[in-house]
Design a protein around this ligand. Structure first.
Ligand code: NAD
Length: 437
């Protein structure tokens, strides 16, 4: 059991804090956003993540999980300090590390005794070395800390499950002492099996970028295959299913769609490309995944325009799904943002509905109409665009929709609606790479 402070109580920090306390550790989650901390202490969970609330509640009540705005004091009371602040895209695609380095300064000023400084944020390869240098400069060489890179692989929407039952845990450090301390934190995970990879800091940092870029590449690849399917009369679902049956390929991340979004893939690919450029190395595959993704988002808006015979003026279009994927309220880099901008730029009106993410999207667009019921959003609309694969949309009552809509146009960018039924009911529709009936 370890005393741990997690700095940054966002998607990763909060899930990590909850998960590490569930493993039996004593965890303080801290943040500069004091409202977030006050809310958490009052039992309000700032993000939507299945299963998270329950784990937080259990560990909070059992005095293993705490929330504090006193970052300095929390660091001083902990043996392990985990950095989990954001690393958004900065200039020229580089990761913006200002939040990480600000936290590193705070940690250096509060190294009252030996601590493991652990980075969970996704940081470019070489950042760990910089962090060690910075802390050493601040503490004038006193050897009272070890550094660990422990990148996080959770997926929003299943983050709690991913954290508690990970495929692998990466521990990058040159200190055996720190490695053992980290193993102790994750102990319940390797009583039955050992998913831990012990490696160097740089390798750990690279594993995170290499994994994300590979998954993004897979999505961009199947999207381009879907686009070619459309031109040649092939069906991408059959193609993807058959590809996925090959164990060397696997069926994961082979779902064609409107282009990937979220707070990770877009910025991580740019950051990897920036690192390779700085090292005068070309990474054409990563560049291609980024370009293909941008093209895919544009392709979706072109599809909508085509369905409306190039005229969206004064048309009311319902955007179903705002989150970048289902089971999350995260809208960062969501393809829905591009779609809404496009409709507005072309003189159309947007009715928006998402089971969870309306409030988040309102921060970007306060000039569209939000609904808390899917059928109300559709009443008298000219067209519908499905942007997120929420389960709720898979079972839409298309008959009822046809009756209450003014128009009959549907763009299904997630391929979740039944094409036979759409045809039978007289909808004019399009999707991504399916054979139309
Ligand atoms: P987030 O924006 O949800 O949360 C970051 C939190 O850090 C915010 O609450 C912010 O207030 C806080 N913060 C910023 N500066 C601070 C400071 N000086 N002191 C204390 N708190 C501070 O970010 P996130 O989505 O949790 O991502 C965090 C990191 O984890 C990023 O590097 C990201 O790339 C990586 N990551 C994210 C995911 C994901 O699915 N979101 C998955 C794996 C890795």
């Amino acid at each position: 059991m370890k005393n741990i402070t997690i700095i940054g109580t966002g998607y990763v920090g909060l899930v990590t804090g909850a998960g590490m306390s569930e493993f039996g550790n004593k965890v303080i989650c801290v943040d500069i956003d004091t409202k977030k901390i006050d809310d958490l202490n009052a039992g309000l969970i700032p993000i939507y993540e299945p299963g998270l609330e329950e784990v937080i509640k259990r560990n909070f009540e059992n005095n293993r999980l705490f929330f504090s705005a006193n970052i300095e004091d929390s660091i001083r009371r902990s043996e392990v300090v985990v950095i989990a602040v954001g690393t958004p895209q900065g200039d020229n695609g580089m990761a913006d590390l200002r939040y990480v380095y600000s936290v590193v300064d705070t940690i250096s000023q509060n190294l009252n005794n030996y601590k493991v400084v652990c980075t969970k944020s996704t940081v470019p390869i070489g950042t760990g070395k910089e962090i060690i240098k910075k802390i050493n400069n601040n503490i004038q060489g006193k050897k009272i800390f070890d550094y660990v890179s422990n990148p996080e692989f959770l997926r929003e929407g299943s983050a709690m499950k991913d954290f508690l039952w990970p495929d692998r845990v990466i521990i990058g450090t040159d200190s055996e002492k720190a490695y053992k301390i980290m193993c102790d934190i994750y102990r319940p995970l390797y009583i039955n099996k050992n998913p831990i990879t012990y490696t160097s800091v740089e390798t750990a940092e690279m594993i995170k970028y290499a994994s994300n870029a590979f998954l993004a590449l897979k999505i961009s690849y199947i999207n381009e295959i879907a686009n070619l399917c459309e031109l040649l009369g092939a069906d991408v679902h059959d193609v993807a299913n058959a590809m996925g049956q090959d164990g060397r390929i696997s069926d994961k991340f082979l779902h064609p769609g409107p282009g990937f979004g979220g707070s990770c893939f877009p910025k991580d690919l740019e950051a990897l490309l920036a690192v390779s450029k700085n090292n005068k190395l070309k990474m054409e595959t990563v560049k291609a995944a980024i370009t293909a993704n941008k093209n895919q988002k544009k392709r979706m808006t072109s599809k909508l325009l085509n369905l409306f015979d190039n005229n969206l003026n004064k048309c009311t279009i319902v955007v179903l799904g705002l989150a970048f994927k289902s089971n999350t309220d995260d809208i960062r880099e969501s393809a829905a943002i591009d779609m809404i901008n496009f409709i507005i730029d072309h003189g159309g009106f947007v009715n928006a509905y998402d089971p969870i993410a309306n409030k988040e999207m309102y921060k970007i667009f306060n000039n569209i109409k939000y609904y808390d019921n899917v059928y109300n959003s559709i009443k008298n609309a000219d067209g519908i665009v499905i942007m997120t694969e929420w389960n709720e949309f898979r079972s839409l009552d298309l008959k009822r929709i046809k009756k209450i809509m003014k128009g009959n146009i549907v763009l299904d960018t997630r391929n979740i609606l039944n094409m036979d039924q759409l045809s039978e009911l007289g909808f004019i529709y399009d999707n991504v790479g399916r054979i139309k009936k």
